[in-house]
Every structure is written in structure tokens, then in C-alpha cells.
Design a protein around this ligand. Sequence first.
Ligand code: 4AD
Ligand code: MG
Length: 474
Amino acid sequence: LPPTIRQILSSGHDSANKVQLCGWIKSVRRQKNVTFAVISDGSCPTGLQAVLSNTLSSQLKLGLTNGASVRVSGSLVNSRGTGQAKELQVDSIDVLGECNPETYPIQKQTLSVDYLRDHAHLRARTDTNASILRLRDSLTKVMQRFYERHDFCYVHTPILTSSDCEGAGETFRVTASSAVPSHVPDLLDPSDSPSSEFFSKPAYLTVSSQLHLEALASSLSRVYTLSPCFRAERSQTSRHLAEFWMLEAEWTWTREVNDVCQLVEACLKDALVLGIGEEERRALAKGVPDYDQRLRCLEDAASSKPWVRLTYTEAILELEKYAAAAGPKASTFQFKPQWGCALQSEHERWLSEVLVKGPVFVTDYPSSLKPFYMRTNDDGKSVACFDLLVPYVGELVGGSLREERLDVLCSRMSALGMDTEGEEYKWYLDLRRFGSAPHGGFGLGFERLISWVSGVENVRECIAMPRWARRMLL
Ligand code: 4AD
Ligand code: MG
């Protein structure tokens, strides 16, 4: 492969080296004798300034316009202008794909977030959206290195499943659109009929890989995956997508919820320190209004200081104290904080942004608020779990110890009306029947991580082609 612009700029080419590169024109500036064209191939935030003699540009059959794709060759020289260290002195240039400046949807002026969502197929051509996608790639690699270093096995879990891991009833049901073909009867199962389920039972898109990861952790000890998850989430918020990616890890021989928190903290500190380079940070800062403040917050979180842990009960007490002291002022909460009730996003944000001013693990929620698989604490009413809350985003990670005691798990499931005798959960209970191992794990919303690290407010900008209720463009 020929080098990308990032490779060319970082490899110390000198003017003796001729280079050839391809990219799209980001801007064109014509002067008396020369034309400056910034060319980007998406490999780095800056692109490369190409300098063409006007004789060369006037010979072109197709126009040098914003958005056109080009192939250029020339010498990399020290730039005499400000703003870039190197530029390309062009010997030859071909326009490979022209772009009509009148109708090109990605014009140079600032384009609104909504407009760009409507043009999701082209929005990665804007500087900010391209930076977000490179950040996403960089965070993926940092995470992979972290789990490799800790000897986790990267596994692939199914997307089609028969279970609703979280029990929240937000699953997408899957049906086969192909009709049962009547002309090839010998290929068919005799019990197949045009109306039958493809899998002979209801099938869903996965909401979380956790249950499958538990099965694999009970043989490989340490496993993780990064995979798409699907939730028929109807609320239109800046934190929810119908299709999002979750990094999930699951491992055995862990007995304290704090051990799970510690691993989450270590991997997120790696993400904060290594996930975003200086140049990319500067590029993102252009699109984020209060970036300096956010940056200070991120730097503080990345320091060696341990992140705060609060139990759910302590968190409720703090929220109640604040609400009581503030009285009926507008600054208090819309929802009253109350033990036994879920923390609302306004509570989560207050805890991380006002009380702690940084990431905070809230642990040991009442079991009534959490799914069936979490390990019951000795008090019998709370579970060994945590939510990690971070400023601006709210809940970033959810995790827990898993209930490894067969009898306790069965009674919890029965109390929730789940069938412990039937086929559906037999495999899950087998993990406790045969060599049950204490274990725990977590799930981290990847778009929320990107939103936190980049300062980009809405998760809809943190994935290339977002899907949410009533919106799936391409
Ligand atoms: O808290 P959740 O629902 O936890 C689980 O699914 C566990 N089974 C994970 C595990 O322990 N393996 O989801 C985990 C994280 C949330 O903290 C949030 O960051 C993200 O996934 N998340 C979403 N992100 C975007 N859009 C949505 N609709 C999301 N729902 C959850
Ligand atoms: Mg959660």
C-alpha cells in the first residue's frame, strides 16, 4: 500500500523523496502564481497542504474543488507559511472524481449537528466527525492492549439469542423474512410450516453478551468482547442508541465488587492517558464549546488518585441532604431521591459533577433495582454491584459479582417469575451445577466512553451510523 498522509508526515520524508498520495480536497486558495490545496485522506486531523503552479492547475480537465478526489505526486518540503511544518510541492495532479461545489452537501461553513445526522453517509468528511472515528479506533486498540496485557481471551459471542439478559423487555424480536419454500420439500424439516419460528422459539437481538461471556469465563477464566448490542429504547436522550457497542469483560475467582471496580478504573485510566493524542485533542477542541474545563476534568480523572466509591445507601443520603438543604429551589431535583428507587440521570450527574467532581462508583444497589444474575449481599436486600458515573455522561459502566450459588440464584429467579426448571435457563444454571466459580464482570458503553473522552455531547455523534427510535437512514 502507498503511505497515507499521516505516515508521510510522521516518517521524516525529506525533499529528496518523491511522494505520491491520494485524498480529497478540503480547501482551495488561488494566488497570483500558485494555488494552495489542502488534501486530506482522513488518516490524521491536519491533512497536507499541496502547492501547485497555476500553469499546472490550469491544465486540469476537471476542477480542483472542495470534495474532489485527487492523486498527487511531488516533493515534501519545509513550508514557508505558518500553520504547517511541511507541504507538498506538486509535480503532477489528477482529479479522479470531481465534486460539484454547487450541490456538494458538505459545504465549508459550519453545518448543524442535525444537518450532518441527515447526511450520515458524508459526515465523516467533516474534521470533527473524522476525529471522533479515529478516536474510536484508538480507544478500541488501547482496550485490546489492556486486556491482552492482563491475559484475557478475546471471544466472539452471538448476536442472535433467545434470552433477555437484562430482563428489561427492551429486546428487538427477529423474524425470518424468507418464506418456507414449498418447491424443495426434501430440504425442509417436516415440522416446518410457513408460520413457524425460524429457530422454533422466539429469537432476539442481544442486549448484552454477559450471559454468554459467563459461560466462556467458566472455562477460559478471563474473557472479553466488544460487540454490538441492541435495545428498543424509546426515550430520546443524548445517551441512548438503539444499536450501540459494549465492551464487556467477565472473569473468575473474583470475590469482591471492589476488584471489579479496580479493573474498570485501570482500563479507563489507560483509555484517558493513551487513547487520545495531542493533535487529535486540538482538532476536537475546535468543535466542543467548554473543552478546557472538560479537559481538566479528564486529566484529573487520569491521575493516580483512586476514584471515589460510595454505596447506593450513602449516595441516597447525600442526595437527600442536598435536596433538604436546598429546599424547594429550582436547583433541586425533579425526582425525589429515595432509598429503593432508581437513581435518575439528574441524580447521577449531581453525584459525579457536583458532589465528587469526577468519576464515582456507586455500589450495592437494592436487589429490587437490578437484574437476576447479580450476587446477593449478606444483608439479603442489596446486591454486589456498581454503576460507574462520570461527569457530563452519567452512567458509563455497569457491573457486578455474579450469583454463583445455585440455590440462591434459583430462589432469586423464582421470585422474579423466571422458570428455573425449563430449557431456557438450564444452560445458565449448569454453570453453577458443574464446577461453579465465583466470578464477576462489567459492561462499558463504548459510545458513552467516546462522548466522555472527546467532550462530544451526544452519543449519536460517537458512532458512524447511529440508529435510534424512528431513525435508521442507511
Ligand atoms: O447497565 P447495562 O444495561 O448492563 C448490562 O447490560 C450488563 N449485562 C453488562 C455486563 O455486566 N456485562 O449496560 C452497560 C452499559 C451502560 O452502563 C451504558 O454505558 C451502556 O452499556 N448502555 C447504552 N449505551 C448506549 N445506548 C443504550 N441504549 C445503552 N444502554 C446501555
Ligand atoms: Mg446499567
